[in-house]
Design a protein around this ligand. Structure first.
Ligand SMILES: Nc1ncnc2c1ncn2[C@@H]1O[C@H](COP(=O)(O)OP(=O)(O)O)[C@@H](O)[C@H]1O
Ligand SMILES: [Mg+2]
Length: 242
C-alpha cells in the first residue's frame, strides 16, 4: 500500500527525516513511535503528499506521491496533530465543511457519514458547538472528518495526545475496527504503551528508524517486557555512542 525508498527531509541543514525505507501493507495498523521532534509529523506529511521530500521516493497505492499529489490525496484521510475542527461550528457543520474540502457532495457522502456517526457513537453530539464537546468526542469527530470520502487509507497524527486514558483505550478500539473493515491505518504516538495496539511499529529517533517490526517480536528479540523498556534501551545505546 505504501513504500518509501531512501526518504529524506531537510529543513535548511537540519535533517528531520533520515533515509527511511518503509513498506506498509493493506489493512495494517502501522505505528510511528517516538519522542517529540523525532520526525513523525514530517514523515506523515510527506506520505500524504502535503510536504515534498528533499530526496527519495514515495509510492502510495502504486502512485508516485510527488508526481500525483492530487490523486494520492483523494485516496487518503489525514487527521492532523492539532485537531483542525472549527470550534464555532456544530459537529454536523464541521462534517459538511470537510466533505467540501475533500471535494465530494453531501448527498454522495451522506450514507457513509451516517454509518460512521453511529459506529463512533457521535449522534447525540452533532448538534452541539464543537468547542463544547468532551475531548474524546472532538477526537472522534476529527476522525470522521478524515473519513467522509471513505478513503482506503487514513493517517492519524498523535490522535490520542491530550485525551484521557479511558478515551485513549476506546479510540484504539475504533482504530481496530477501521483496520478490521479493510482500511490501512498509519498512526503516530509518543505513548510507547500504544505500540501494543499496532500490527507493526517503527521507533524513530532524530529522524532515523531505530527498530521496526511487530511489537511482540520486538520485545522478545530485545529481551524486554515492555515497549517503554525497549525505547529506553535504544535511547541508552544512542547516548552511549555519542
Ligand atoms: N517547517 C519546519 N521548519 C524547520 N524545522 C522543522 C519544521 N518542521 C519540523 N521541523 C523540525 O523537525 C524535527 C521533527 O519534527 P516533527 O516531524 O514535527 O517531529 P514529531 O512529530 O516527531 O514531534 C523537529 O526538530 C522540528 O523542530
Ligand atoms: Mg508531531
Amino acid at each position: 500500500m505504501i513504500e518509501t525508498i531512501n526518504l529524506n527531509r531537510k529543513f535548511g541543514s537540519f535533517t528531520a527525516v533520515d533515509n527511511l525505507n518503509l513498506k506498509i501493507d493493506k489493512a495494517e495498523i502501522f505505528g510511528f513511535l517516538g519522542a517529540n521532534g523525532a520526525g513523525k509529523t514530517t514523515t506523515l506529511r510527506m506520505l500524504c503528499g502535503l510536504l515534498t521530500p528533499t530526496s527519495g521516493t514515495i509510492t502510495v497505492n502504486g502512485l508516485n506521491v510527488v508526481k500525483n499529489p492530487e490523486a494520492v490525496k483523494r485516496s487518503l484521510g489525514y487527521m492532523s496533530q492539532k485537531f483542525s475542527l472549527y470550534g464555532d461550528l456544530r459537529g454536523i457543520e464541521n462534517l459538511q465543511f470537510y466533505t467540501g474540502i475533500y471535494g465530494i457532495s453531501w448527498t454522495a457522502a451522506k450514507t457513509n457519514i451516517k454509518s460512521l456517526i453511529s459506529q463512533f457513537d457521535l449522534d447525540k453530539y452533532l448538534k452541539l458547538k464543537t468547542s463544547e464537546l468532551p475531548m474524546g468526542y472532538k477526537q472522534r469527530l476529527s476522525l470522521v472528518c478524515a473519513l467522509v470520502h471513505n478513503p482506503p487509507l487514513v493517517f492519524l497524527d498523535e490522535p490520542t495526545s491530550g485525551v484521557d486514558p479511558k478515551a485513549r483505550r476506546e479510540f484504539w478500539q475504533v482504530i481496530n475496527e477501521l483496520a478490521y473493515r479493510g482500511k490501512t491505518v498509519i498512526v503516530s504516538t509518543h505513548f510507547m504503551d500504544e505500540a501494543e495496539y499496532c500490527n507493526r511499529v517503527l521507533i524513530m529517533q532524530a529522524g532515523r528508524e531505530e527498530v521496526c517490526g511487530n511489537p511482540l517480536q520486538l520485545k522478545q528479540s530485545h529481551r524486554v517486557a515492555t515497549m517503554q523498556q525497549l525505547f529506553l534501551k535504544i535511547a541508552g545505546a544512542d547516548n552511549a555512542q555519542s
